[in-house]
Design a protein around this ligand. Structure first.
Ligand code: PLP
Length: 486
């Protein structure tokens, strides 16, 4: 439902004299501010703040929140982002006073519960990764990538190897080359084969004595598991490089395949994707990394260690790259991850992956009749459909289809990613959706592709905002409210 009033900024809704809070009567002698502060510290006039009642403020924010789509309100098949349902139980547990109320400067004797939890989480993530050591510090997947590449750089430096190139497949997420560049490496792109997997010939041609790391996402961004991974890892290792696994797609292989077992030396997790943490407006998030034993000495300090029956923070790590985040990382997110893992257990995690893959394949089988899926009849946890034929025949783009889905009450899939598929719509249903939801999404897509092109170009028709100029909004955001002339 549209609510025009809610779209006004609070400043524009201001009515002089309105108040949300009333202070108690002052019970000490009141002093004029001029007698307390020097003249130069005084503003010429009061700040231009909105004056509103409490219901004004509550309605404003509640109505604004309802204008957005969310996992709690809508099916949200945003490919690569794993928008599964966030169990409210984990929210409740993360806000237990004994966890949420801790101060990071407390002595470790007084936070044994939190340290035990973080230690257990390190061990569970190491087990899922099939790797030896874990750092919980990084604050997002991309931050985990960068941290892990700093670890790789420290290892190479320490072992006297001059390797400065990171190889990245052309289907990779944009954070991969960005992280490699930030960690001081040069990047080289490796082509995909027609089947959407790593082109082994191209990889072989680009591996040499300068190769530091090969970054691979597996399953990849087309939703395909690259079965050549064993051979790929052998090739990279034979050339003296390290294999980095971008773990954004771990939801497809949890409890089934472990990156360490198929050749990865280091990886990150995205708890907000795989482990149901909320994807909250850019943060806070977490991006724990797991590494093989030979890389463990370089992990950020401190790690949580167990000595006898006590948990401590281990700062005595002379080869560590240092801190990448204050204190122990974003513990609120890590507590939710711990709750999620303990709730499912080893067997349950495997079922998560199996159901995620089952849901994606079911939806693929329903969608491919109206939108071709160029890379096959089977997928892992997501698949990439293409609106290229629709565009050629009727001028309807992936963006048109995505925008029109909003009118049907569905969040749009990821569009125009990965870059190797034209007019891409990347669809990831996740395991927390019922068959009925997948059926109604497929039915909506069937109807949309048959709709009038003009109607689709102007979609969405029922949302508060239609098609904002995204480039303009990103390049010239209006962050300051100016009072209209009175
Ligand atoms: C989401 C994602 C990332 C980056 O993770 P963030 O937590 O968003 O920083 C990296 N690679 C892939 C394939 C992703 O889907």
């Amino acid at each position: 439902m549209r609510n025009e009033q809610a779209a006004d900024l609070l400043f524009a809704q201001s009515r002089p004299g309105c108040r949300a809070v009333r202070m108690p009567e002052c019970d000490v002698p009141a002093e004029a501010v001029e007698s307390l502060l020097p003249r130069s510290a005084l503003a010429e006039r009061p700040p231009d703040l909105p004056e509103l009642t409490e219901p004004d403020v509550v309605r404003h924010f509640v109505n604004l929140s309802a204008q957005n789509m969310s996992v709690d309100g809508n099916f949200y098949p945003l490919g690569s982002c794993t928008m599964k349902y966030n169990p409210k139980r984990n929210e409740a547990l993360a806000s237990v006073e004994g966890l949420a109320g801790l101060h990071p400067y407390q002595r470790s004797e007084t936070i044994q519960g939190m340290l035990a939890l973080l230690h257990a989480l390190q061990e569970m993530l190491a087990e899922i990764a099939g790797l030896d050591a874990v750092s919980l510090q990084p604050a997002a997947g991309a931050h985990g990538e960068m941290t892990a590449l700093f670890v790789a750089a420290a290892f190479l430096r320490d072992t006297g190897q001059h390797r400065d190139v990171v190889l990245i497949p052309d289907g990779a997420h944009g954070t991969n080359p960005a992280s490699a560049a930030m960690a001081g490496f040069r990047t080289l792109e490796v082509k995909s084969s027609a089947a959407g997997l790593v082109d082994l010939g191209d990889l072989a041609a680009k591996l040499d004595a300068r190769t530091a790391v090969f970054m691979i996402t597996n399953p990849n961004t087309l939703g395909l598991f690259d079965r050549q991974i064993g051979q790929i890892a052998e090739m990279v290792h034979a050339a003296g490089g390290l294999v980095y696994l971008d773990g954004a797609n771990m939801n497809a292989i949890l409890g089934i395949a472990r990156p360490g077992d198929f050749g990865a030396d280091l990886m990150h997790f995205n708890p907000h994707k795989t482990f149901s943490g909320p994807h909250g407006g850019g943060g806070p998030g977490a991006g724990p990394i797991a590494v093989a034993g030979k890389l463990a000495p370089y992990l950020p300090a401190p790690l949580v260690a167990k000595r006898g029956d006590c948990y401590t923070l281990d700062f005595d790590r002379p080869k560590s790259i240092g801190r990448v985040r204050s204190f122990f990382g974003n513990t609120g997110v890590l507590v939710r991850t711990y709750c999620y893992l303990r709730t499912h257990g080893a067997e349950g995690l495997r079922r998560v992956a199996e159901n995620a893959v089952l849901n994606a394949n079911y939806l693929l089988s329903r969608v491919k009749d109206c939108l071709p899926v160029p890379h096959g009849d089977r997928c892992m946890h997501e698949f990439v459909a293409s609106a290229q034929r629709l565009k050629a025949e009727r001028g309807v783009t992936a963006m048109d289809v995505a925008k029109r889905l909003l009118d049907y009450g569905f969040h749009a899939p990821t569009v125009y990613f990965p870059l190797i598929v034209r007019e891409a719509l990347m669809i990831e249903p996740t395991e927390t959706e019922a068959k009925a939801t997948l059926d109604s999404f497929a039915a909506a897509l069937q109807r949309i592709v048959a709709e009038d092109a003009g109607l689709l170009h102007d979609a969405p028709h029922t949302t508060a905002v239609c098609r904002p100029d995204e480039v303009h909004a990103a390049r010239q955001p209006i962050l300051k409210w100016t009072a209209p002339a009175r």
